[in-house]
Design a protein around this ligand. Structure first.
Ligand SMILES: [Ca+2]
Length: 103
């Protein structure tokens, strides 16, 4: 089970109802180096290690995002207040998360 990766806009709306009441949901999107203002990648993680990183070929950033407004906004979170366009948020914020299952 891995955190969700959003590869295109088709079908992404299915995710939006998954976390009603939460200020968005965590995905597998993270800064390539979370200690620096680097670009975002999808990180496939198992346990506590990164197995694979993939480029964001599709993006849906909200206007002005990612802005690293607070220090270390290193995690990608679609937010309902942004019509589920993407924000970089602090990875320590408590939010719902959506995972994928291999079937
Ligand atoms: Ca932000």
């Amino acid at each position: 089970m891995i955190a969700v990766i959003i590869k295109h806009c088709r079908g992404a709306e299915v995710l939006y109802g998954a976390c009603n009441g939460s200020d968005g949901f965590w995905t597998a999107g993270q800064r390539e180096d979370p200690t620096q203002e680097t670009s975002f990648v999808w990180k496939v993680m198992t346990s506590n290690s990164v197995d694979k990183e993939m480029s964001l070929n599709y993006t849906n950033w909200y206007d002005g995002e990612p802005n690293n407004l607070f220090p270390m906004e290193s995690c990608l979170v679609p937010r309902p207040v942004f019509a589920y366009e993407w924000n970089d948020g602090s990875c320590t914020d408590q939010r719902c998360y959506v995972c994928e299952l291999d079937l």
